[in-house]
Design a protein around this ligand. Structure first.
Ligand SMILES: C[S@@+](CC[C@H](N)C(=O)[O-])C[C@H]1O[C@@H](n2cnc3c(N)ncnc32)[C@H](O)[C@@H]1O
Length: 251
């Protein structure tokens, strides 16, 4: 009896929206797949590769049913299922739910450029000095707000993914009410990489009362994060510890 094909699925990051930010490999995987599961926004940057395939389109009302239907189809036909996700699939993209739905599949994740990376680049900050908080995902928004404040108080930059329920304006207002300095620098990137992109560089208090689309990432730039001088000092300490001979010669 011929061996049956393994069940295979690939979660593919397609970048923040522009087709130019889709990696050639992501495009290749999606072109190879025969079954596609995604939201309208996930398919936008790869529309050209999706044409002619069996597409299970997700929306707010049917996303669970659409997932089940795509999984059933992949099991029945044993064809490759691709799940394009805007940005990176490991960031606020329902990864755990997908992994649960894909039990029995060999699952691969192909990373993509996240909106968070783009926003950090515009804000000129280190991601490893930042806390990333998604208000888009499930979970208790109040607890997330407290975590955000805690990270800010500990000297981290804060990068938040907006949601229809918590946009940059109310978030800034809440942070100020909790004692964050009103003149803290902030950046809001909306519709990043898309033709309607806007970048607002301002201060926290100027975000209050201002309207932003939910497709926005906010960076609150923490003045307490290590400065260039501190970075240099730390680098010298590390270097001297690891190269004691050179350090002695320099003294
Ligand atoms: C469901 S999450 C997906 C995040 C995505 N996986 C990523 O890596 O960027 C949707 C949220 O991501 C952010 N987002 C995604 N694409 C964006 C873009 N092009 N411009 C600004 N924000 C974006 C917004 O905060 C939006 O509410």
């Amino acid at each position: 009896m011929p061996a049956r094909n393994k069940l295979k699925a690939v979660l593919v990051g397609v970048g923040p929206g522009a087709s130019t930010l889709v990696t050639p490999e992501a495009r290749e995987i999606i072109s190879r797949a025969e079954i596609i599961l995604g939201w309208d926004m996930d398919l936008l940057p790869v529309r050209d590769c999706v044409a002619g395939k069996k597409v299970f389109l997700q929306d707010v009302r049917n996303y669970v049913q659409a997932t089940r239907a795509a999984v059933r189809e992949a099991k029945r036909t044993r064809k490759l299922l691709a799940v394009p996700r805007v940005g990176d699939p490991c960031l606020s993209s329902g990864l755990k739910g997908l992994m649960r739905a894909l039990v029995g599949f060999e699952v691969q994740i192909h990373p993509g450029i996240s909106s968070v990376q783009l926003a950090a680049a515009y804000a000129c900050i280190n991601l490893d000095e930042s806390a990333i908080i998604s208000f888009h995902d499930l979970g208790d928004p109040e607890e997330k707000k407290r975590y955000m404040l805690d990270c800010f108080r500990k000297g981290r930059h804060v990068i938040t993914l907006a949601s229809p329920d918590l946009r940059p304006g109310p978030m800034a207002k809440w942070l100020i009410q909790q004692g964050a300095p009103a003149d803290t620098d902030a950046l809001v990137g909306s519709a990043l990489s898309l033709p309607e992109q806007t970048i607002v560089r301002t201060q926290l208090f100027r975000l209050v009362g201002r309207e932003f689309p939910w497709l926005s990432v906010t960076v609150v730039i923490n003045p307490g994060a290590p400065s260039l001088d501190q970075d240099h000092r730390l680098w010298c300490q590390w270097h001297n510890r690891n190269n004691p001979k050179q350090a002695r010669r320099r003294r």
